[in-house]
Design a protein around this ligand. Structure first.
Ligand SMILES: C[S@@+](CC[C@H](N)C(=O)[O-])C[C@H]1O[C@@H](n2cnc3c(N)ncnc32)[C@H](O)[C@@H]1O
Length: 254
């Protein structure tokens, strides 16, 4: 049996539809429609037990996955969703020890996920043009415990990629076609390029740039995920859901 420690991310479960991801910090209070809890009071509580809010509602304390911890972050930008993160991770070939370059950092969902998987010996170099986004992303990385595996730069990636022999370049910014040739130059042979864009206009422009380069194994895809309601006897897709996130373009430097 393990107990909650300061700095842990915990999931406070009310029912299948209402649950909350919080980081346990002294001096902070969790507020919800089910009442509030002084987060320091969670320290030492065994996982799997119930705690009571100030209005007597019971919440089950359980551990979180990395995906759930991402949900607890403060968002500054549109983010890459887990359904896309999973495919991007496998398709890019990123794993323990990889050297990765990524832009723009944004909220840091992709950066943090990459960092989680390049541990313990790899590194993610991430570029963000906006200082306010860069600063909030640093806080997010610290909260998730992935900061030791990330070099974050408040820099325009169009000014050049500073790293050499990179295993993977990942781009989630408005005009990725401007960076294709630079990415090719800085990738190692066998390295991968992954681009995430929300519109087909951006896909076309990126493909045009890819075709003017020596990248091979070019693929465009879209990942579609449909969530279901799990009410017994009423199993069916949820009425509302995320209809579109973006297109994933991948290519390899041979
Ligand atoms: C959609 S957000 C990225 C979201 C991020 N992938 C995530 O999962 O949280 C795009 C980001 O790219 C940044 N950006 C745009 N152009 C850039 C450039 N030339 N160099 C670096 N960052 C750039 C924007 O400021 C914005 O924060």
């Amino acid at each position: 049996m393990s107990n909650v420690k300061e700095g842990d991310w915990v999931l406070l479960y009310y029912n299948e539809r209402k649950n909350y991801v919080v980081r346990v910090e002294k001096g902070k209070t969790f507020h919800s429609t089910h009442g509030s809890i002084d987060l320091s009071s969670l320290i030492g509580v065994p996982y799997g037990s119930y705690v009571e809010t100030n209005i007597g509602e019971k919440l089950l304390v359980t551990k979180t996955s990395f995906m759930e911890r991402l949900e607890g972050l403060q968002r500054t930008t549109q983010v890459i969703y887990p359904k896309d993160l999973g495919y991007i991770l496998l398709a890019s070939g990123v794993g323990p020890g990889s050297v990765v370059v990524e832009a723009g950092t944004g909220t840091g969902f992709l950066t943090a996920t990459l960092a989680w998987y390049v541990r313990p010996s790899g590194r993610v170099y991430t570029y963000e043009i906006r200082k306010d986004f860069y600063q909030q992303a640093l806080k997010n990385f610290e909260l998730l415990g992935v900061l030791p595996y990330i070099t974050a730069k408040n820099r325009d990636i169009r000014d050049g990629i500073e790293e050499e022999d990179v295993d993977a370049v990942l781009l989630d910014l408005p005009s990725p076609w401007e960076i294709i040739h630079e990415a090719y130059a800085k990738l190692t042979h066998g390295g991968s390029l992954t681009v995430f864009v929300p519109t087909l206009t951006q896909v076309e422009k990126t493909l045009r740039s890819l075709r003017s380069s020596d990248f091979k194994l070019i693929e465009v895809s879209e990942s579609i995920q449909r969530k279901y309601q799990v009410t017994p006897g009423e199993l069916r897709p949820l009425t509302l859901g995320v209809m579109h996130t973006g297109y994933i373009i991948r290519a390899r430097k041979p």
